[in-house]
Write a protein that binds this ligand. Structure first.
Ligand SMILES: [Zn+2]
Ligand SMILES: [Zn+2]
Length: 341
């Protein structure tokens, strides 16, 4: 039996390397993918936190931001053939629950996720049902394609808040997701894109990326600065952190939109509800989006944006724990794990 040397999640923040069999076809709709690379996500950090801030089943291989090549397909797979370049949409929905039947598949109550409930892409090979895979042109660089999944979450989320060309957008959080929002809004034709954080190195990175305005909330009052720039406040505010609704309400104009994207399950915020009603503020919870995958592929294939510009480090699969540390310390922006042996 062919084996692969892979990091396995053992619970309580532990990763241990083990020899695992190379996955083989199981269901007739399965596809075997040779993984080229897989990004480390905030979700992976949450899985590996103690106590965990995101659930994953112990003894699985984590990783869900993979890109690779099809090597084998089950007999009922019609859309993929060996050699196809593919990216992964990791949430597998049941298609039958009350939410799936309402077209709200991101709220499926019987979902599985590649990299949290079934084996993921921090491995040289992955078995995935065809529903989880999307073809992407081989001309898209490996590293751009590796950001397909986080970019798809952004593409799915921006759809929630209507945007006019020229709208002022303020984004709280200059991590990889905040900066993907900044890039996406820029190419959508936003007016000023303003990124707010308290980490000077992240704001410097944002400036080098070409973000119009960066504000350090530890040094200046972002609400005052946004008011100076926009006169009335931002048309759209994105919380890419997960506990910034109170701050977002100070940045948004009357009648504007607040997109709540970051996930911090244990935090509680105090807000002034009166302000939301009195000033017609539109709040949008945005969880991964409704099937944004085809548009995300088209965005990458069209070369409209190069999310690989967010990548600061590459590590081999044997050094996943070092990659996780790099992400956790905030010294890095995006870290990509090279999975090919
Ligand atoms: Zn992710
Ligand atoms: Zn369902």
């Amino acid at each position: 039996m062919q084996t692969m040397h892979v990091p396995v999640f053992k619970g309580q923040g532990r990763l241990e390397y083990e020899e695992r069999p190379v996955p083989r076809l199981d269901q007739s709709t399965d596809v075997i993918v040779q993984v080229e690379a897989c990004g480390i996500c905030g979700t992976d950090l949450n899985i590996l936190a103690v106590p965990p801030a995101h659930q994953a089943r112990p003894n699985i291989i984590i990783g869900h931001e993979g890109v690779g090549q099809v090597v084998e397909v089950g007999e009922d797979v019609s859309d993929f053939k060996p050699g196809d370049r593919v990216v992964i949409a990791p949430r597998l929905t049941c298609g039958e629950c009350v939410y799936c039947r309402r077209g709200l598949d991101n709220q499926c109550i019987n979902y599985q996720t590649i990299g949290t409930t079934i084996d993921g892409a921090f491995a040289p090979y992955l078995r995935a049902p065809q529903q989880a895979l999307y073809k992407i042109d081989a001309a898209v660089s490996r590293d751009d394609a590796a950001l397909f999944e986080p970019l798809s979450c952004v593409v799915g989320s921006v759809a929630r808040a209507p945007m006019q060309p020229g709208d002022a957008v303020a984004i709280i959080g200059a991590g990889p997701m905040g900066l993907l929002f900044a890039e996406t809004y820029r190419i959508m034709g936003a007016g000023p894109v303003i990124v707010i954080d308290i980490a000077a190195n992240r704001l410097e990175f944002a400036r080098q990326l070409g973000v119009d305005v960066t504000l350090n909330a530890a040094e200046t009052d972002p609400a005052g600065a946004v008011l100076d720039i926009t006169n009335i406040g931002a048309d759209i505010v994105v919380d890419a952190v997960g506990n910034q609704l109170p701050a977002a309400l100070k940045l948004v104009r009357r009648g504007g939109h607040v997109l709540l994207f970051g996930l911090r399950p244990h935090d509680q915020q105090t807000i002034n509800q009166y302000q939301i009603t009195r000033y017609d503020i539109n709040l949008h919870g945005a969880f991964v989006g409704l099937k944004p995958f085809v548009q995300t592929v088209q965005l990458l294939e069209g070369g409209r944006l190069q999310p690989s510009r967010l990548i600061t480090h590459h590590v081999p699969l044997t050094e996943l724990p070092r990659g996780v540390e790099l992400m956790r310390s905030g010294q890095s922006m995006k870290v990509i794990v090279e999975t090919r042996g």
